[in-house]
Design a protein around this ligand. Sequence first.
Ligand SMILES: NC(=O)c1ccc[n+]([C@@H]2O[C@H](COP(=O)([O-])OP(=O)(O)OC[C@H]3O[C@@H](n4cnc5c(N)ncnc54)[C@H](OP(=O)(O)O)[C@@H]3O)[C@@H](O)[C@H]2O)c1
Length: 282
Amino acid sequence: MQTTDATLVLGGTGKTGRRVAERLQARGIPVRIGSRSGEPPFDWDKPETWAPALQGMSSAYISYYPDIAVPGAVEVVGSFANLAVKEGVARLVLLSGRGEEEAEHAERTVRDSGADLTTVRSTWFMQNFSEDYMVDYVRAGEIALPGGETPEPFVDADDIADVAVSALTDDRHVGELYELTGPRPLTLTDVADELSTTSGRDIRYVPVSIEEFAAGAAEQGMPPEAIDVLTYLFGEVLDGRNSHTMDGVHRALGREPRDFREFARDAAATGIWNAPVPEAQR
Ligand SMILES: NC(=O)c1ccc[n+]([C@@H]2O[C@H](COP(=O)([O-])OP(=O)(O)OC[C@H]3O[C@@H](n4cnc5c(N)ncnc54)[C@H](OP(=O)(O)O)[C@@H]3O)[C@@H](O)[C@H]2O)c1
């Protein structure tokens, strides 16, 4: 099959994929957004949508949804990688999760596809606080999560995108596994302090049990599958196994990762945390 230098960016409207797509486009590289709202649409739950999305692509960024550690993800991501290679896609960059056995299993199945692979194994994103479910906690001034006092070296999605784009465009990353973290571990108390300082608002961390969190999330209308993912992540993965920092950003890019304070300052400047919390979520 004839290929072009075009890249399929799965999750291309999400927290990392959007940034990957923007960077590739800025370099003049043709991009196809792979998501349900893409053209053609790509849906992980509808394998018949995969081949049309892969048509004519020479590389792909794989960001699975909802989470690479959920049951069934290994088989789905593996099938996608095999199809991609069959359709002539030579290079894959896989976004994986840190400290998750299931995610490592998925990494192996993608490696077995035979593609030129770079694995980007990432810790929790800073942008969960500005572009995902945690944004309403910050707006409400109370981060009510079952995070205990376990430190986590949150990473900036901009750093993940920089690494992914470098891996998609530069042969030296083929075969590499990069574990990406930010430069310092932060507890949720530290996060609340950083957010208070940068936003000028009073934001507190309120530890809750897993059960309280799940009940509250259900009340606010969070889909059950999203609650399952989050209770798994808070209950099992946030146990200290990922508290240490890693040098993946430096190894891949030759520079230090962005600090949480820079992220918080930039996010606060957009006004994202000033919007009112919807009544149903108070
Ligand atoms: N968030 C973290 O802290 C974190 C940390 C480490 C690893 N990860 C990994 O990152 C990956 C993405 O997670 P995320 O939280 O960052 O989400 P995200 O990329 O922000 O998720 C949203 C994206 O997924 C697309 N999407 C949703 N349902 C889809 C479906 N059925 N088929 C195809 N595309 C679909 C959305 O576009 P449409 O709505 O247009 O379909 C959008 O582009 C996961 O595999 C997760 O394991 C996340």
